[in-house]
Design a protein around this ligand. Structure first.
Ligand code: COA
Ligand code: HC5
Length: 630
């Protein structure tokens, strides 16, 4: 199992020149946004020495002393022997020529070339608060409002009236908003591609709805271009429901859960048939997909969010809702008959924040929208998408079911609502809440394993044109010093507080550096890919044990703040790791922790519990230690 964002091109010669990348549809942004986009700075290439020094510092808490010495020598050679300089120059040339030297490479290396299934290994899920409805009318009324909310948001995208977002006082790139509607991933035998129909001459006016594994095209605009009302959508959804009552249909969508090479082969078989090809195209083109799910196995109130998290991430297995999806679709809204609801999204076109912005808008919109009865012009019956299932396709579906069920068995997700405090407590101690949480995670990991591990936190690069992410390395020299001191009874609390404050400050400094394009990971990747494109031999620093360890993220984490009280989740990126996603609210924090059952050393519930204790202990440490008198 390969880890996401593990340099992805481990061995030399595996990355093809970027001219072979099938480009994502060029966005036709006009007017206001164009001026905004052009005003954004270009992603810089950090100085070589700065990255080498910071890389060495980042290795210190996670590698052995002899490995560190070896890497120190390799880095010196790299910098003084001319290789580093040459690659740096090459990268700087690329940066001058391109809008963003990283984004094409990143899309390809992190997503399109990655061969693991998108399910669990790449696509994040979002669990929304459980809804009150307990029957199909409630489910459909809710779905109708949700769809109407998405269309309302789409109007803002189309009219370019979405307010420009900011981070750290800087305006952010809005490009990703143009990538998420009417788009879809397509499997390929070596590399996937993305299609985006939103910028075409005749952008799609339909969504796809799937119920009992059967897909429908639902036109959501009237002939005069106005969106259907909630009431109209509701009636159309009822028609869909009534014509998909059979529960014995082939779960064609389950094919999208396979590893990408297997799915690419099955895809070619599937679309040999013209009807199938047209049906697949209709899904790919649709604005979004809405999954009307069958009820999932009952769960206690305490377990509900963890169960809903897996429903969003993989659908629960072939017996449940996994066939009620098209996982290549960029955005799928999921609404269960039992009140469960959420989203899964295919990660290649965009990061979490634009998706969350869309969700926050939809949730807000739904609070206002009423089911006003509109005079009814009869609408045509939504079109059912037909699939001709040959024995070969049937066989592919059976294999997909088996593999998916293994993945489902293997994924362990634990959601906790940490009730004791949220951003308020760190803020009252003049600390960055994100840094506080990250250091708590370092403490939790250390308490469980007595070592520090390579830790990934996503940092947004959207201050730059077409920016995606870089890595905040949360395991630092200072965090290691602190976690080792925290449970040492020979150390005074005052000293512990000082070490804690230093670690938190250090984390915030790394964050500022990362969002300003001065972190180390994407720069190292850029140097490596430059070497590969130049067809020169791969520098030794990229074949070093330290480098492999630095990219083996036992903790893969991400903060995605939302106004809505939701939980975001994703799988671990290494077989023996954890995925930790959190949404810090003012007075509580929602966490989702994932791990693989097949790994004896990891346990999502234990990690969640240890994290909870670490957070409480850190607060107590601050509150029980009198401030040193100056
Ligand atoms: N004292 C008091 N308050 C402080 C503080 C301090 N020392 N430091 C920060 N705060 C406040 C901030 O002003 C902010 O206030 P707000 O709640 O009013 O907005 C709040 O605490 C949160 O700040 P912080 O916890 O430091 O985090 P952040 O919001 O700056 O986020 C990242 C940090 C890394 C998450 C952010 O920079 C980022 O990159 N986000 C995108 C991540 C992403 O893309 N994830 C998904 C990938 S798909
Ligand atoms: C809805 C929340 C989605 C969060 C997804 C996320 O953080 O993705 C990371 C993207 C990146 O480039 O850092 C990858 N990660 C899940 C492996 C952390």
């Amino acid at each position: 199992m390969l880890g996401f964002l593990r340099t992805m091109v481990g061995r030399s010669g595996m990355v093809k020149p970027s001219c072979l990348v099938r480009p994502v549809a060029v966005t036709r942004i006009t007017g206001r946004y164009l001026a905004h986009q052009e005003s954004l700075p270009k992603l810089p290439v950090p100085p070589l020495k700065q990255t080498c020094d910071r890389y060495l510092a980042a290795l210190e808490p996670i590698v052995e002393e002899d490995e560190l010495q070896h890497t120190r020598r390799l880095l010196e050679e790299f910098q003084t022997g001319g290789v580093g300089e040459r690659l740096q120059k090459g990268l700087e040339r690329r940066a001058r020529k391109m809008e963003n030297w990283l984004s094409d490479w990143w899309l390809k290396v992190a997503y399109l070339d990655y061969r693991m299934p998108v399910v669990v290994h790449s696509s994040p899920g979002v669990v929304l608060p459980r809804m009150e409805f307990h029957d199909r009318q409630g489910q459909m009324r809710f779905a109708a409002k949700m769809i109407s909310g998405v269309l309302n948001f789409k109007t803002m995208i189309d009219n370019e009236t979405l307010p420009v977002e900011h981070l750290g006082g800087q305006a952010l790139c809005m490009h990703q908003y143009y990538q998420v509607l009417s788009s879809c991933r397509i499997p390929g035998t070596k590399s996937d591609s993305i299609v985006n129909y939103s910028q075409g001459r005749r952008p799609p006016s339909h969504i796809t709805v799937v119920h009992n594994f059967q897909f429908f095209v639902l036109d959501v605009y009237n002939s005069d271009g106005t969106p259907l009302t909630v009431d109209q959508i509701y009636i159309q959804l009822e028609k869909i429901w009534n014509s998909s009552l059979q529960t014995n249909k082939e779960p064609i969508g389950i094919l999208t859960t396979q590893d990408r090479n297997t799915w690419a082969k099955a895809y070619n078989t599937l679309i040999k048939d013209r009807t199938n090809k047209e049906s697949v195209r209709a899904i790919q083109k649709s604005i979004i997909t809405v999954c009307l799910d069958a009820p999932m196995p009952r769960a206690s109130e305490e377990q509900y969010r963890s169960r809903a998290a897996v429903q969003m991430l993989h659908g629960g297995g072939s017996r449940w809702n996994s066939g009620n999806r098209w996982f290549d679709k960029t955005i799928q809204f999921i609404i269960g008959e039992d009140g469960s609801c959420g989203v899964i999204y295919e990660h290649a076109p965009a990061e979490g924040p634009p998706i969350i912005k869309l969700i926050d808008h939809v949730v807000e919109y739904m609070k206002q929208s009423e089911m006003v009865r509109t005079p009814m012009v009869p609408l045509p019956m939504p079109r059912k998408l037909r699939f001709n299932i040959t024995p070969e396709i049937k066989n592919d579906i059976e294999k997909a079911k088996q593999n998916l069920n293994i993945m489902v068995q293997d994924l362990d997700v634990r959601v906790i609502v940490f009730p004791h405090f949220g951003k308020n407590v760190p803020k009252s101690h003049k600390m960055s809440p994100d840094a506080f949480i990250q250091i708590a995670l370092q403490l939790a990991y250390y308490r469980m394993y007595k070592v520090c591990c390579a830790t990934y936190e996503s940092a947004s690069l959207r201050m730059f044109r077409l920016g995606r992410t870089d890595t905040i390395r949360s395991a630092s020299i200072d965090s290691a010093k602190f976690v080792k001191a925290m449970d040492n009874s020979a150390i005074q609390n005052m000293e512990k507080v000082a070490l804690f404050e230093k670690a938190v400050k250090g984390h915030r400094t790394y964050t500022d550096m990362a969002i300003r394009g001065q972190a180390i990971d994407r720069h190292l990747l850029g140097l490596k890919l430059t070497a590969i494109e130049d067809l020169t031999s791969l520098p030794e620093i990229f074949m070093d044990t330290s480098y492999a360890k630095a990219l083996h993220y036992n903790l893969s984490t991400s903060q995605v703040p939302a106004k809505t009280d939701c939980v975001m989740c994703f799988g671990p990126v290494v077989p023996d790791g954890y995925g930790v996603c959190y949404n810090p609210m003012d007075e509580h924090i929602n966490f989702a922790v994932s791990a693989f059952n097949s790994c004896e050393d990891t346990n999502a519930s234990r990690m969640a519990q240890t994290l909870e204790e670490a957070l409480v202990d850190l607060r107590d440490l601050l509150e029980q230690t009198p401030k040193a008198k100056l």
